[in-house]
Design a protein around this ligand. Structure first.
Ligand code: 5AD
Length: 454
């Protein structure tokens, strides 16, 4: 891996790591992916070198996800590979992220080969924690949730050469009944507008043209500085930074979704035609038990506002099936909402009870079998919608940013502003370029097209 090419800025490594190597595996959401990029930046700044396999690493880090039980289990299966103490003795194994926060010090009992346990709210302490490890301490933890700190570092090792993540808010103050995130990521902390714009400028200088603004609830962002920009204003300012060609933002909560966000998209072509607005369920009763803070009708009002925009904006959502007490009738309301909104993409999950959430006290009344059936029905309904919507695009021309190349098919892999994958006959030199492509065929998950002259 060419590390320097993926760094934001040149950096003279400090000697502490002394040429030692590290490996990070990341599970879960984009926030985790970006956290790992920043953690890698911290390690490189201390003189550690990234490697592509845990076998070559002196420090092995797992950045974990606990959103559903299955995700949380993954880290324990990874750690199972390191049971042989002699092998583990020569390495430092660390667990970061949401499972680290959730399990806390119990990790040291459950997995004695682990030397570092650190939740995301304590990442600002990482250099100090690393110093403790370097001086031989084998039980190091960062588990404080009561923090005002954002994870601010001077440089980040970015894994994508074109799209850069930019965190604007960390943590979550909501208390959705199903969700473990407020307990694992701590309270909301917003970065100032000025800091965000400064980072955006640095990203452009480093060659990035697409900015992905991140926050667990991105539109709960509140400018802590006297400027008091609204979230829509922040989007507009980022969109206006010279050199920025595309801006996306995720994830929005319907409760804080205001019409000025749509107006900002309307007046800034660089704000992509894409909004991710998790609904979670179609029945107001279920939404109320989930403590989402909106009804079906209120959610649909937001969708109508988005549909009235001057540009067609593609919509995606998250849906949980089989939440406590969800009846067949309730589930049908989720299906009818799907038909009404016609999303371009959905991410759908079976409800999984999580520790320390309100719903863990509710009766998990829907059987595993019914959850599985509802998920399959939902996904098939959505597949049909996507196929129909994508086929309607045949003949239209889109600008794509080319993100990859598939040698076997000799196809360049592009992405439209609507976040659709559009492949076309191209070559590796297309990677990183913007191309005009006319759609010639469509499946439910991607489009195929032909490049036309720019
Ligand atoms: N069970 C199933 N899905 C969940 N999600 C969050 N918590 C749970 C849970 N306990 C889903 C929601 C959220 C997405 C990131 O994960 O749909 O928006």
């Amino acid at each position: 891996m060419d590390v320097s090419a993926a760094m934001d800025f040149a950096v003279a490594p400090a000697p502490a790591g002394d040429g030692k190597t590290f490996y990070i595996e990341t599970f879960g959401c984009q926030m985790n992916v970006h956290d790992s990029e920043k953690v890698a930046g911290v390690l490189i700044a201390r003189g550690y070198r990234p490697v592509d396999s845990h076998q070559d690493a002196d420090i092995i880090l797992y950045n974990t996800c606990s959103i559903r039980e299955k995700a949380a289990q993954k880290v324990f299966s990874r750690l199972g590979a390191f049971r042989k103490p002699r092998w583990a003795e020569r390495r430092i194994i660390g667990v970061l992220g949401c499972v680290a926060q959730q399990e806390g010090e119990r990790f040291f009992e459950r997995a004695p080969q682990v030397s570092l346990v650190c939740g995301s709210a304590s990442y600002a302490q990482l250099p100090a924690l690393l110093a403790q490890l370097e001086s031989g301490n084998r039980r190091v933890k960062g588990l404080n949730l009561d923090t005002q700190d954002c994870f601010e570092i001077e440089f980040t090792r970015r894994d994508n050469r074109f799209r850069a993540y930019l965190t604007v808010i960390e943590g979550c103050n909501q208390r959705c009944a199903f969700c473990v995130v407020p307990m694992t990521r701590g309270p909301e902390r917003s970065r100032s507008g000025a800091k965000i714009i400064a980072e955006c400028r640095r990203l452009v200088d480093a060659g990035y043209t697409e900015i992905q603004i991140l926050g667990q609830i991105v539109n709960a962002w509140q400018d802590p500085s006297p400027a008091h920009w609204s979230f829509a204003e922040l989007l507009s300012r980022v969109a206006e930074v010279p050199g920025v060609r595309r801006v996306r933002f995720t994830t929005s909560h319907p409760r804080f979704f205001t019409s000025d966000i749509v107006q900002a998209i309307d007046s800034h072509p660089t704000l992509c035609n894409q909004i991710h607005l998790p609904v979670q369920a179609g029945a107001s009763d279920v939404l109320s038990r989930m403590l989402r803070g909106y009804s079906r009708e209120e959610y649909l009002e937001k969708i109508h506002c988005i549909r009235r925009a001057q540009r067609a904006i593609s919509l995606s959502t998250d849906i949980i099936v089989g939440f406590c007490g969800e009846s067949e009738k309730d589930f049908e309301q989720t299906l009818s909402l799907l038909a009404e909104v016609e999303y371009d993409q959905i991410f759908s999950f079976k409800f999984s009870p999580r520790p320390n959430t309100a719903a863990v006290e509710f009766v998990d009344s829907v059987s595993e079998e019914a959850k599985g059936r509802r998920l399959a029905v939902l996904q098939e309904a959505q597949r049909q919608i996507q196929l129909r919507r994508n086929q309607a695009l045949v003949g239209q021309t889109f600008e794509v940013l080319v993100e990859g190349y598939q040698p076997r098919l000799r196809q360049a892999v592009g992405r439209t502003t609507d976040n659709k994958i559009l492949n076309f006959a191209g070559n590796p030199a297309d990677i990183g370029c913007y191309r005009q492509v006319t759609v010639t065929a469509a499946g439910p998950n991607s489009l195929v097209g032909e490049r036309i002259a720019d």
